[in-house]
Design a protein. Structure first.
Length: 248
């Protein structure tokens, strides 16, 4: 993916990795459109960063995805990059069926939200000579975090879906990348923004921006390697136990 001269739509970019990446990409010379559920946060971003456009979008609502996708494609016809950043992460206790409400929220937002966004943009992006879809999975797609079982499962599904999407779109102008973050110091989970087991956000963004121009499939910062390659290295079981005992 070229690092400048794009028009980029990023649902889920009102905080954390999404907002950080949006700001880096805007500074690199791209038109960036961010989307999220919180109108007040969107207004703040647009006011503080005049070059960034903001639209309200609830990715858990399929009708909202259809409406916003049509609006973005009409108002920003040069859009050639979609980054499906929106996601939620909540702990679950699987001892009873009480976890199902949490699990359903994760599936609706993380998995169905991504699939619906891709569905809303794939045909449109194929009309562009140089387009990219970037999905966002997680190191937990490869070794799950036990307390967030469904989050981990949705990210594993995103990884698998992205592999198929890349192969199916290989005969088009649309490249497909998968961003695979490790734990990063954001507010995704309580206490994570200050946790020493999470990667500083600035360091993560620095490495992603450096890797992005040459990426052809997965965008892997060095710190996610112990998760991404655990099975191949024969360390899967130990890593699973380590995560379960370290991250609370």
């Amino acid at each position: 993916m070229k690092l400048t001269g794009n028009t980029i739509f990023i649902p889920g970019a009102t905080s954390g990795i999404g907002l950080g990446l949006a700001l880096r990409l805007a500074d690199a010379g791209n038109m960036v459109i961010v989307a999220g559920r919180r109108s007040e946060k969107l207004a703040d971003i647009a006011a503080e960063h005049p070059g960034i456009q903001a639209v309200r979008l609830d990715v858990s609502d399929p009708d909202d995805i259809s409406r916003v996708a049509a609006d973005v494609q009409q108002r920003f016809p040069d859009t050639n990059v979609l980054i499906t950043m929106a996601g939620i992460m909540e702990a679950e206790d699987l001892h009873t069926a009480d976890f199902l409400a949490t699990a359903e929220r994760a599936v609706t937002t993380n998995l169905l939200g991504t699939l619906r966004l891709v569905g809303a943009f794939t045909e449109f992006l194929q009309s562009k000579p140089d387009a990219t879809i970037v999905t966002v999975s997680s190191g937990l797609a490869f070794v799950p975090l036990v307390p967030t079982a469904t989050y981990s499962a949705t990210k594993a599904a995103i990884h698998s879906f992205t592999e198929s999407l890349r192969f199916q779109l290989a005969d088009t102008s649309v490249g497909v990348l998968e961003l695979v973050p490790p734990a990063v110091q954001t507010d995704l989970m309580p206490g994570q923004a200050e946790a020493d087991w999470a990667m500083p956000l600035t360091d993560f963004l620095d490495e992603v921006v450096r890797l992005l121009p040459d990426a052809t499939d997965e965008i892997l910062v060095e710190r996610v390697g112990f998760l991404r390659h655990a099975e191949a290295r024969g360390t899967y079981s130990d890593t699973l136990v380590q995560l379960a005992s370290t991250v609370h």
